[in-house]
Design a binder for this molecule. Sequence first.
Ligand SMILES: Nc1ncnc2c1ncn2[C@@H]1O[C@H](COP(=O)(O)OP(=O)(O)OP(=O)(O)O)[C@@H](O)[C@H]1O
Length: 240
Amino acid sequence: MTPLLETSDLQTFYGDFQALFGLDFSIAEGETVAMIGANGAGKSTFLRSIAGLNTQKKGTIRFAGEDITRLRADLISRRGIALVPEGRVMFPSLTVEENLLMGLGTDRAGAWTLKKVYELFPALTSIRHSSSVRISGGQQQMVAIGRALLTNPRLLLCDEISLGLAPKITNDIYACFSEIKASGTAIMLVEQDIVRACQAADRFYCLLEGRISLTGRPADFGIEVISRSYFGTGDHHGLA
Ligand SMILES: Nc1ncnc2c1ncn2[C@@H]1O[C@H](COP(=O)(O)OP(=O)(O)OP(=O)(O)O)[C@@H](O)[C@H]1O
């Protein structure tokens, strides 16, 4: 199957500092893939590189057959890649609904409408006119996901959804991924929480100091082997 997104030998830099070293990654249409790794492993850098926000890079990024390595971030968004950034990032002077409507900036048609987002996250309905900074962290995360969905992405990039949220709230938010997946959207989950990521994903990549240390299907390895790879204390299996 042709991948929806594929990176070949992706290297990303911050000035002289190299953060990513030759990453080969792929995700198919409708697939859910997790990128797990400890603090500083390079997960956010990887997402930002795909979204066109990190421009100091080498290698190739292809999306739906097109080389998007050098494409501007706004054009990448128009192609159908949406980023839910780490820390949620609200427009503080806007209400919940106005924040959601910012997602309508692209003119991509698709299944996701404001009504559908409220159906996915009913908790947002009663606070739609509230200030987006007066709501809980979990509600802000729902707004951030909903805003990204309103661009009708083919690929949704989620950066550490669970960060700073109580487990119960995180469970509620993770529950939405089956519905998003059912809509046909491919999902890439960046996570520090190995168990949660492996439960949600069809496949995973483990990132260690800017390199892929393990990849495959969670069930083929088990949490113990994946954890060793995550912390850099195990053999490197499953690499292409
Ligand atoms: N703007 C920047 N300038 C210089 N170095 C950076 C910058 N952003 C990230 N880095 C470095 O790049 C490496 C990867 O960082 P990145 O934020 O991608 O990791 P991460 O896996 O997402 O970590 P976290 O879970 O803490 O967000 C780290 O060594 C980090 O210090």
